[in-house]
Structure formats: C-alpha cells, structure tokens
Design a protein around this ligand. Sequence first.
Ligand code: KG4
Ligand code: ZN
Length: 331
Amino acid sequence: MIVLGIESSCDETGLALFDSKDGMIGHIVNSQHDIHSKYGGVVPELASRDHVLKLVPLLDQLLSQNKILLENINLIAFTNGPGLLGPLLTGASFAKSLAWSLKIKAIEVDHLEAHIFSPMITEKELKLPFISLLVSGGHTILTLVKDNSNYKVLGKTLDDSAGEVFDKVARHLGLAYPGGPEISKVASNISSSSYIFPRPMIKTDCYNFSFSGLKTHVTQLINKVELNDSIIEDIAYDFENSIIDVLISKTLRAAREYNIKNIVITGGVSANKKLRMRCDAEKGKNKIFFPNIAYSTDNGAMIAYMGWLKSSEKSANNTLEINPNPSSRFI
Ligand code: KG4
Ligand code: ZN
C-alpha cells in the first residue's frame, strides 16, 4: 500500500510517500521560515496562502523524483489538528479533493500522535510500551504510550511549551526565528557560562512543566544588560542547559517510576544536538530513541506513517466533510 502524507498544520508544507512494504519512499518539506522570520512568529494568514501555493507543485516534484504516479497512491493521510485553522483547512481540502478524484480513502491524522510515533519510521528496534516526551513549538507533553491508541498523559506544560520559550528568548536576544536552532548555534560556541538560571519544577513530584518563569527571568536579564556576542552566548548556553536539564530529569524519572525501558523524544525541540548528546550519555538502563533529524520538525513523513498505522482502525474517518480541528483529540 502506498500512502501519501500531507502536513500543513503550521508553517511547513510537508508531503511524503510511504510504502507499507518498503518503508519511506521519499519526502519533501517547504519551510516558510523566511516569510515569518521578520514577524518573530507565524502569521496564520500568510501561512495559509503559502500552503495553497506550494501543495500542488510539491506533490508534482515528490511524484516525479520518486517515479510514482498519482494512480499508484492507495491512501491519503492528512493532519487534521492540532494547528492553525487556516493552514489545516488548506491541507484537508487538498487531501479530500485529491482522494475523491482518485476514488481512494483520505484519513485524518493527529499531528501529536504522528510526532510521537515518528521514531518508528527508522528505529526498527523500538517496541511498545514507551515513555514519550513530545517537545515542539506548541506542546510539551510527557506520556506513557501503551499502544497506538492507549495513552496515559503523565504531565504537560502549565504555560509555554519548550519550543515557544526558545523562540521568544531568541527574539529578545535579537536572533532569528525559529529560535531553537539559533540559540543552540550560539550556545555551542562556548563550554561554560557565567549565568546559572533556574531549572523550573525540576524537583516537584508531578510530571508537569512550566517554562514561562524561566522566560521572564531571562528576558528581564536581557533588558538590563548591554547585549554583545559574548553575553548572548553566555545567556544562550545556560538557558539551553536549563531546559534540557528539566526535560531529561522528568523523563528519566517517569521511566523509572513506571518501570519502562524505552523512551522516545520527538517534536521540533528533539532536533536539538545537545539534548541528543545528553541523552546518549544517559543510555544504559534506558533506551532513548529520537526520530531521524529530518522527521523531528514538522514533516509529511510522520503523517504518512501514522496514516498507515491508523488505516486498519474502524475509526479511520473517510467522509468528504472538511472538518479540521485546531485542538487535539489526544490530550
Ligand atoms: O514540531 P515543530 O516543527 O512544530 C510544532 O509542531 O510546533 O517544532 C517547532 C519548534 C520551534 O519552537 C523551534 O524553535 C523548535 O521546535 N526547534 C528547536 C530546534 N529545532 C527546532 N529547539 C531547540 N533546538 C533545535 N535544534
Ligand atoms: Zn509539530
């Protein structure tokens, strides 16, 4: 079975072809970072317009690069939420009209579930159950995943997500959007910092997170000092470490408490090199899995794969109604 995956929940137009026998055939992502960077965040209307412009040419490119014909596609999977309503509508309308014209099924995929299962695309060793840390621009959620429809949410952010504070602090530091990779880049120039920022909620018994206090702490400091390259590096270094310390500490504690060996870390922030290196050092009692770096940030490959996992379920919806949901069914 060949599944076409379509992602358009925010500022990436992602398309992919997944073969249930041979694995991922190919994927293509157009990022809108250049469009949004001058605003310091995503402008929903501009995002929708760009998805409309890119969906058809990207599909043509993906098909011709991989020598697949439209007629070879057996199923279409598209992101139906959570995300920005306008961008979701563009992908849903495209997916459903294409499916209708090809007389095949179009099924809805939850973006968060797609992130959570994305390491399975490449990590054949990864088996359920696992502890999942999903860290993206919109979410920070720690979950016990028993199977692909049985989840127990252990904790989530009470305010900003980890990716969001990376983006906001980067903006105050005068760095480009998205802020995560920018902060990481400048932090990697040094190996220690003169600042020690708080590690919010690291010692609390629960599995919730809170990053907005850290953001305020760091932005108040930024407003007091005269920024130069060296101070920016100093701030970025301990800010990045603070977030990583909290994420790793809570995730490992959950694995210990629930006696689960496998840990999965996904979403845009899982592209962070230092987070990956620090997790490498923690491997031993636990097995920690990340998605292929290309599947950390938003992409169509994870949607195609999740679509295939969900395709056999009775609940796999195939109506022609265009009904994307800006919130998630999953949490
Ligand atoms: O999963 P994603 O692409 O979109 C959402 O579903 O939200 O995540 C985007 C987030 C942004 O906040 C971005 O700054 C962050 O992921 N991000 C990173 C890195 N690459 C992307 N954060 C830290 N380090 C990175 N290398
Ligand atoms: Zn995402």
